[in-house]
Ligand binder design. Structure first.
Ligand code: CP
Ligand code: NVA
Length: 344
């Protein structure tokens, strides 16, 4: 996504959030109807979205199912024990078959190449609901949450979720070199947000992601917009990373699929738990905020921070819904237009 596409998606997400949480609304003949008589546009009317998940999920699944229903569509959850995939059937065959019957696929997979294969062969739009390399819908929710926590101070902005208010912020990542960090790397510096990373020795950057990040920064620089692109620094020292941070972020040290290396990882990540002491001793801004994509284990962040005043993890989780709704609306509006143009 370009930075202007990200901005458009977030504006739409903020509009969905404002209208569906502020207005009294009801379901009338399946459509969301507001008090003032208007109705939520049913972009997914008569459309089925397959939620093809080979890994567990709470937030992404609930956000996707409820969003699809609100937009008039039918979400079809296909978990690992529901279909033949992986036991009696290949991913290629599954892509061809499922893609021939549904209008889109939201896919949570293991290796990133699996979601790429789906996108190549399904013949319908495929949205990445998490792979081992990226988790793009998470970072859209994170950006919306950041905008809410650091709103723009100029009332002239017409944008309900103005990303320019984030330029100049410093986000410290303390934890694993994983899919969530990767998505922050390819999104945040382009938007002018400095990313300061601390991972244990041996948990190094992914070179493919690093290249994508650099290309994105370069492209943004060439455009020469009003936002100054930011950079990334990377160390093995959590205290160094959190210096002057506005936001400290972490994630589990043991991502789904890495359970067999748990004991080794617990040893390697010793000293990486996010605590008040880390923020204080490392010199984070006094009012630093805490973010985490969830699910959370107490190893990576203690209860004081996780449930404390700095924590914005629950709005961050809720924003999964509004941002996924925005992604669905965009993908299906564009896909429907393309189908229509093809027909005519
Ligand atoms: N953050 C996130 O993706 O959570 P789930 O795994 O519960 O979907
Ligand atoms: N890094 C975690 C994110 C879970 C939402 C995982 O891949 O398991």
């Amino acid at each position: 996504l370009s930075t202007s596409q990200i901005q458009a998606l977030l504006n739409n997400a903020a509009n969905f959030k404002a209208s569906l949480t502020a207005h009294n609304h009801d379901l009338v003949m399946g459509a969301v109807a507001f008090d003032d008589g208007s109705e939520l546009e049913q972009t997914l009317k008569n459309k089925t979205v397959a939620l093809l998940f080979t890994k567990r999920s709470t937030r992404t699944r609930v956000a996707s199912e409820t969003s699809a229903v609100a937009l008039g569509g039918h979400p079809m959850f296909l978990g690992p024990s529901d279909i033949q995939l992986g036991v009696n059937e290949s991913l290629y065959d599954t892509a061809k078959v499922v893609g021939s019957m549904v209008d889109g696929i939201m896919a949570r997979v293991d290796g990133h190449e699996e979601v790429e294969l789906l996108a190549q062969h399904a013949g319908v739009p495929v949205i990445n609901a998490l792979s081992d390399l990226y988790h793009p819908t998470q970072i859209l929710a994170d950006l919306l949450t950041m905008v809410e926590a650091f709103p723009t101070n100029t009332s002239s902005s017409k944008s309900p979720a103005c990303l320019s208010s984030l330029a100049g912020l410093k986000v410290a990542w303390v934890g694993d070199s994983n899919n969530i960090l990767n998505d922050m790397l390819v999104a945040l510096p382009r938007l002018g947000i400095h990313l300061s990373v601390a991972t244990p020795k041996g948990y190094d950057r992914n070179e493919r992601v690093w290249g994508t990040m650099q290309d994105g920064i370069e492209e943004e620089r060439k455009k020469g917009g009003s936002v100054t692109v930011a950079g990334v620094d990377w160390s093995n020292d959590p205290k160094e990373a959190v210096r002057d941070a506005d936001i400290i972020v972490t994630d589990t040290w043991i991502s789904m699929g890495e359970e067999s290396s748990k004991e080794q990882r617990l040893r390697d990540f010793s000293g990486f738990q996010v605590t008040e002491a880390l923020g204080r001793e490392g010199g984070a801004k006094t009012d630093w905020k805490f973010m985490h994509c969830l699910p959370r284990k107490s190893q990576e962040v203690d209860d004081e921070v996780f449930y404390g005043k700095r924590s914005i993890v629950f709005p961050e989780a809720e924003n999964r819904k509004w941002t996924i709704m925005s992604v669905f609306e965009w993908v299906f509006r564009v896909a429907t237009r393309a189908q229509h143009e093809q027909r005519n």
